[in-house]
Design a protein around this ligand. Structure first.
Ligand code: HEC
Length: 442
């Protein structure tokens, strides 16, 4: 099955390897040190850093589960590891430490190098450590509930597809605390993003819209309803985009789904010359005991200022800030931009005006990742959070569909977006209405 989007990344990556790296000499095996083997040394690295994507049904184009599957790729694995192109990770290492940073350390890269140079020896399978166990089809442990869009959405060969919504009742008869959640599209290479909203029974959001069938905003009956589709105060269960990992919140913290809530799937499909149908599911694992903290996904978003991004500019800066209305523990970030996205930063603006950078991402449209802080960070009420985005609307940006065009905010990927999602934890009793922030600059 072709993965048309990520393959573009491959082409780019190969071009971008500096010649100096290609020529650099490789570490010699110290005298007396045996070559690494697949079972003894390489497999544990693959299990820890690669198999989450490189196994059947996941986004990696080839599985690295067995010796036979991996051996032909030994050189390629070494090259990708050496230029830190795999595993994918885009946080500037100068800022912050992240629990889900999959990067290889120097020793691991060295092991992969020496293994490839020794022509990929197998070693002794009987001496291998116990194999990592993967749950079939999921990267979280086996879900206790799976909510699937009842109707598949047809995706055409070409052209724009409007955001597609499907409202699906959970049927949960009691309140649920979600510890882990994962989005699984059936046609993953057509999904640019999915946002799964929680609509509690007392929410009026999109009430008149149909349930259990896909619809787009322009199919909605009236203007008021159409406006509602894009703006909601309801919490999100999670956001999915290519390469993003499932959410697994720390012990004692969980997302809350009130009894009888609906999940609202907001799907952004892109076309790629192959028609398809998609029927996305969300799998959930619940907390064993009610958590002491509740997680909200908040956002710093700028959808109006300043526009447009001028043509042929390579470093166009847009910022937005918000004041935290209550104490909260900052957990993770998920920056979202489109094809001109170049860099995204989250900062704290201190009282004296100095900036503390929490995360800087060298943005790649094809890899939208969650960055989970290694240590949750307590932020006091009144903390000023800033998000800054830079856009490259020049020819130098290989993803740019048209450098001569001014770019406006909008849903489609040739329009731009600036959304800095972030997760915070607050005491479990607080609901979003008492906490809610969505600060736009006015
Ligand atoms: C988050 C998912 C993900 C993780 C984790 C990941 N990969 Fe990949 N890998 C991909 C995707 C998608 C591609 C195809 C796009 C590309 O080439 O960039 C790919 C491509 C590759 C290729 C290129 C194959 C070719 O066609 O030449 C190699 C080699 C590779 N990965 C090795 C690794 C290794 C080694 C690790 C772990 C150290 C790893 N990957 C971790 C998703 C992943």
């Amino acid at each position: 099955m072709p993965f048309s989007l990520p393959l573009k990344v491959a082409a780019l990556a190969v071009i971008m390897i500096p010649a100096s790296l290609l020529l650099s000499h490789t570490p010699a095996t110290p005298a007396g040190k045996a070559s690494p083997t697949f079972y003894g040394d390489v497999l544990p690295i693959l299990e820890q850093h690669c198999q989450v994507c490189h196994r059947a049904g996941e986004i990696g184009p080839m599985p690295f589960m067995t010796y036979q599957e991996t051996k032909p790729w030994a050189n390629s694995i070494w090259q990708r590891a050496r230029c830190r192109n795999m595993p994918p990770w885009f946080a500037d290492p100068r800022f912050g430490r992240f629990a889900n940073d999959p990067s290889l350390n120097g020793n691991e890269i060295d092991t992969l190098a020496r293994w490839a140079q020794a022509h990929a020896p197998a070693g002794d399978p009987n001496k291998a450590a116990p194999r990592r166990h993967w749950t079939g089809g999921w990267n979280i442990s086996m879900p206790q509930a799976i909510v699937t869009m009842p109707q598949a959405v047809p995706i055409p060969l070409a052209g724009d597809v409007e955001y597609t919504y499907e409202i699906v009742p959970t049927g949960f008869r009691e309140d649920k605390w979600v510890q882990m959640a994962e989005v699984r599209p059936t046609s993953r290479d057509h999904v640019h993003h999915a946002v799964i909203y929680i609509r509690p029974p007392d929410s009026n959001w999109l009430r008149p819209a149909p349930v259990n069938v896909p619809f787009t905003v322009s199919q909605l009956a009236d203007d008021k309803l159409r406006e509602q589709a894009h703006a909601t105060d309801n919490d999100m269960l999670l956001v999915y985009a290519p390469g993003s990992s499932p959410d697994h919140w720390p012990e004692g913290m969980a997302k809350f789904i009130p009894a009888y809530s609906d999940l609202v799937f907001q799907m952004h499909y892109t076309t790629n010359q192959r028609a398809a149908r998609d029927q996305t599911s969300v799998g959930m694992v619940f907390a064993n005991t009610p958590p002491s903290e509740r997680i909200f996904t908040l956002q710093l978003a700028n959808d109006h200022d300043p526009i447009p991004i001028p043509p042929n500019t390579d470093n166009y800066r847009v910022e937005v800030h918000g004041i935290l209305p209550n104490d909260a523990k900052l957990l993770s970030f998920f920056p979202h931009m489109h094809l001109r996205g170049k860099r995204f930063e989250y900062n704290i603006v201190h009282d004296d005006g100095s900036l503390e950078t929490l995360l800087r991402v060298n943005y790649d449209f094809y890899w939208q990742l969650t960055y989970r802080l290694a240590e949750p960070r307590l932020l006091k009420a009144g903390t000023k959070l800033q998000a800054v985005a830079w856009y490259d609307n020049s020819r130098r940006n290989p993803h740019n569909p048209n450098a001569d065009s001014p770019v406006y905010w909008g849903d489609q990927t040739y329009n731009e977006m600036m959304v800095g999602f972030f997760d915070v934890a607050v005491p479990a009793g607080i609901d979003k209405w008492h906490f809610f922030i969505r600060h736009h600059q006015h």
